[in-house]
Design a protein around this ligand. Sequence first.
Ligand code: FNR
Length: 186
Amino acid sequence: MTKSIGLICGSLRKDSYNRIIAQALIDMDDSIKFRWIELKDLPLFNEDLEVDGDPESVTLFKSSVEEVDGIIIVSPEYNSGIPGVLKNALDWASRPTKSSVLHRKPVGVLGATPGGLGTASSQMQIRQILEAMQVHVLPFQKVLISQVHQKIDSDQKVLTDEKTQRYLQRYLQQFIHWIDHTPVLD
Ligand code: FNR
C-alpha cells in the first residue's frame, strides 16, 4: 500500500536549506505520498487556548499529523538546540498526553547546516523531546548534513551532492521499513 509521509521543516525561512533537503526527499520517490506539514500559522502554545477547543490552525496541524503514516522532521539547529517554532509545534502536537496525534507515530529526524557539526546537538534534543512524548523515533540512523550550502545549487534550490542524495535515499528506505515494523507495545 502507498505510504504517506508528512514533512516538517523546522525553519520558516523562505530559502531554508532544510526545506531544500526535505524537497529532495519528495523528489526521490514517486511511490510515496508526501505532504508538507507547515508550522508558520501555529500560535505560541498556551494552555488557555485549549480551554474552548484548539484554535483552527492547531486543529488543522493535528489532523495533518494524524493522517500520515509517518513524519520526517528536517530541522536546523539554533544556538546548539531545537528551533523555537519546532518546539512550539511539538508541544501543541503532544496534547492530550498519551492520546496525542504523535503518540507512537513513526518519526525520523534529519538536519542540515552550513556549519560543521550537522545539527547533532539539536537532533539529540529533538529525539529526547519526542521520546518523552512516546513517539516512535527511528533509532540509530543519523543524517547530519554539514556545509549544506556547498551541497546544493542555490539558484535552482535543489540538492546536488550525490553522496548526500545516496544517504537520503537509504534513510528513506529505512524509514519506510520503520513504519512497517514499528514496535507495538500495548
Ligand atoms: C544559527 N545557525 C547555527 N548553525 C549550527 O550549525 N549550529 C548552531 O548552533 C546555530 N545557531 C544559530 C542560531 C541562530 C539564531 C541562527 C539564525 C542561526 C546557523 C544555521 O544553521 C543557518 O542559519 C541555517 O541556514 C538555518 O537553517 P535554514 O533556515 O537554512 O533551514
